[in-house]
Design a protein around this ligand. Sequence first.
Ligand code: CA
Length: 461
Amino acid sequence: MNLSHILIYLAIILSSTSVAFAEDRPNILLILADDLGYEDLGFQNSPEIQSPNLDRLAANGIRFTDAHTTASVCSPSRAGLMTGRYQQRFGHEANVPPTPHGMDLNEITLGQKMRQAGYRTGIIGKWHLGNLDSQYPTERGFDYFYGLREGSRSYFYNPKKDDKLGNHHGIEENGKQVTFEGYLTDVLGDRAIHFIEKSSEKPFFLYLSFTAPHGPMHGKDEDIARFAHIENPKRRTYASMVWAMDRAIGKVVNTIDARGIADNTLIWFLSDNGGATGNASSNLPLAGFKGIKFEGGIRVPFVMHWKNRFPQGRVFNSMVSALDILPTCVAAAGGDPSSERPLDGVNLLPFLDSPQKTVPHEKLFWHKLWFSAMREGPWKLIYVQDYGYALYNLDNDLSERHDLSKIMPERVDKMTKSMNRWKEELSEPQWKEGAQWFDTHSKNHIRIINGDDYLIGYPKQ
Ligand code: CA
């Protein structure tokens, strides 16, 4: 066989492989909510908020009950999600990257990974990983961007403020600021439909990053009216924002269905962190909220729906992380999730194929400035600088009410050592928030001001 024969032979093998991939590989839709309360969906047992479309995905997909993001605030959580790596490895520890800061340009994003795998990639909605043009989504692996560079904005077009020319809260489409009509959550859903309907030989990877139900608290009148039975007006508006997000998701999923690609589309749904104190969300039965390391800040509703691979609805109870989404997507696309730099997420597919396999994560870690936490199986350790430790067993104390640190000092020691070893692998923060804090020195109550982290323990009743 001479060289030209070998080349032809190789070409045939490669082309037949890529045809097989084009048929088999799933489209991927990653849906992210913003500051959603842990219990504020139908399938999370909300007593007052309905989410029929997400409930359907949860019932027919895999619902993860012990799922976590890597931070309790927006930007670092998204940096972990986009890289599959603890964001502190590249100094993305604090929130709100002040310009010129943003996600380290040396990091490989989920968008880049999927583009390398031959996917058409898009992000619709909130980016919040840097405002500079060099940090722009289309420079970071996405073919298409419709949304805002910043972390939040009005839900209506507002040319006097967010939509002023050059404002990074404005809505942009591939680098050009645009006007829009109507309610932003509806608009983002419609843009997602537009992206999916665009015909292409390639499978798509779409990251649909809603701003809902993050503040400002803006709802549509008719949606708010639906929740007239909720007495607290802010909670009423919040419920309408979740309802609108669920409706938009329903329209997107119906589009996927109508195109006959529903069975081979892998859909993820999660929130970037827990419900905030400012948006009238509820994280029950969890303690705490956005900004702190109680479960209410970092444990989130988490669903995967992929009919072709996992036809039955089920519940998965082992600990998983938003870090796992990148390697799982790469593996689902037929790629190799391993990486030259340490990846902290794991490919979940083998664990979902055979649930008797060992758990995806024995341990998970959190750290931001003065506040750290760690999970090891059911054990949860929280550390607050200058305050000390709290230890909980989530198997019988999910609400983190009974601090065991004083009666189990050996476990505290062991976990602290493990957490400190993890911290040795991290970089210095690339920026810090202007955080000052003080404690009231009440028994288990510390209040921190001017930062995101502002409560550990329970306030005095
Ligand atoms: Ca958030």
